[in-house]
Write a protein that binds this ligand. Structure first.
Ligand SMILES: C[S@@+](CC[C@H](N)C(=O)[O-])C[C@H]1O[C@@H](n2cnc3c(N)ncnc32)[C@H](O)[C@@H]1O
Length: 297
């Protein structure tokens, strides 16, 4: 298989240290998410493959790839494919390439640094375009989807995967007082999202048809995992709750914040790294859309 050199250029490191710190934190969470929800992702790509029947899937685009959760799942599922991972963050793309080398698949991955708000990315048309938890970041999703339409080959597919917020980990009764803590955190995060990423939770079906796609399927994957959980579960819960604690300092009361401190403490007996009563509950909505083949003649 042809080896592609990656195209993105590393820019000088951002002077905003906190921004870099943010990206490293987000990258860690995305990797933990991929590890913990591996079985779900495998089920999802297996289901998706059944729609790709008209021709072999050789070229895949992963839009807003992050650290490559979709990229690697798709490379495993579509053995003949190469993936072009597009993201505006050089940090994420660098991390993705490191992981590709570790996994021995760097020859099947190329990265393109591009801001999808700034217009259609400069890439060839693909058999399959994957956009997971990325479209809700777009400033003008309808315009972005019209541009995405152009990079799907006629007859090819677009898979949109969206999240309903962060996964849930905690039992209702933590044994620490403050029942309902996780729901309060989710509600406060949702208020924050409404300000920062207003398209999170949108119905993408009408948008996809508006951009010219036909909808092949729409499915909600309800995920519920219980003991024994994947090894990384505690670390994922800890990373997530630390982030929640960090950004919600002014939206939660002092007692909830104190319980979050207990839960995220690496050494304490009640911390999520040690608890045996964690569960994982999450919801992922998926739309599979096709770019129609224009009628001949
Ligand atoms: C929540 S992450 C999802 C990453 C990955 N698709 C996954 O499922 O784990 C969103 C990603 O979209 C990227 N992103 C957000 N807005 C973007 C834009 N305008 N252009 C390109 N990438 C963007 C971010 O840098 C981030 O890596």
């Amino acid at each position: 298989m042809a080896h592609h050199s990656h195209q993105h250029q590393h820019h000088a490191a951002s002077p905003e240290h906190s921004h870099e710190h943010d990206e490293a934190g987000l990258a860690e969470m995305l990797d933990l998410d991929a590890e913990v929800l591996h079985a779900h992702l495998s089920e999802l790509t297996g289901w998706l493959k059944d729609f790709a029947t008209d021709a072999p899937v050789r070229r895949i685009l992963d839009l807003g790839s992050g650290t490559g959760t979709g990229t690697f799942a798709l490379l495993s599922r579509f053995a003949e494919a190469e993936v072009v991972a597009v993201d505006r963050s050089p940090y994420m793309l660098g991390h993705l390439l490191d992981r590709a080398r570790e996994r021995g698949v760097a020859g099947r991955v190329r990265t393109v640094e591009a801001d999808l708000d700034a217009g259609r990315p400069d890439v060839d048309q693909a058999d399959l375009v994957w956009a997971a938890a990325s479209l809700h970041h777009m400033a003008d999703p309808d315009r972005s989807l019209r541009e995405v339409f152009e990079v799907v080959r006629p007859g090819g597919l677009l898979a949109v995967v969206e999240i309903d917020g962060f996964p849930r980990f905690l039992p209702e009764d933590l044994g620490l007082g403050r029942p309902g803590l996780e729901e309060r955190c989710r509600a406060a995060m949702s208020d924050r999202h409404a300000e920062q990423v207003p398209h999170l939770g949108d119905d993408w079906g009408p948008r996809l048809t508006g951009a010219g796609f036909t909808i092949e399927a729409e499915r909600v994957f309800g995920i519920e995992l219980r003991h024994p959980l994947p090894e990384a579960t505690g670390r994922y819960a800890q990373a997530l709750l630390r982030r929640v604690r960090g950004v919600l300092g002014d939206r939660l009361d002092a007692e909830d914040l104190a319980v979050l401190d207990v839960l995220t403490d690496s050494d304490g007996p009640d911390g999520v790294l040690r608890r045996e009563d964690l569960v994982i509950r999450a919801e992922r909505s998926v739309w599979v859309a096709r770019r129609p083949v224009p009628p001949t003649g």
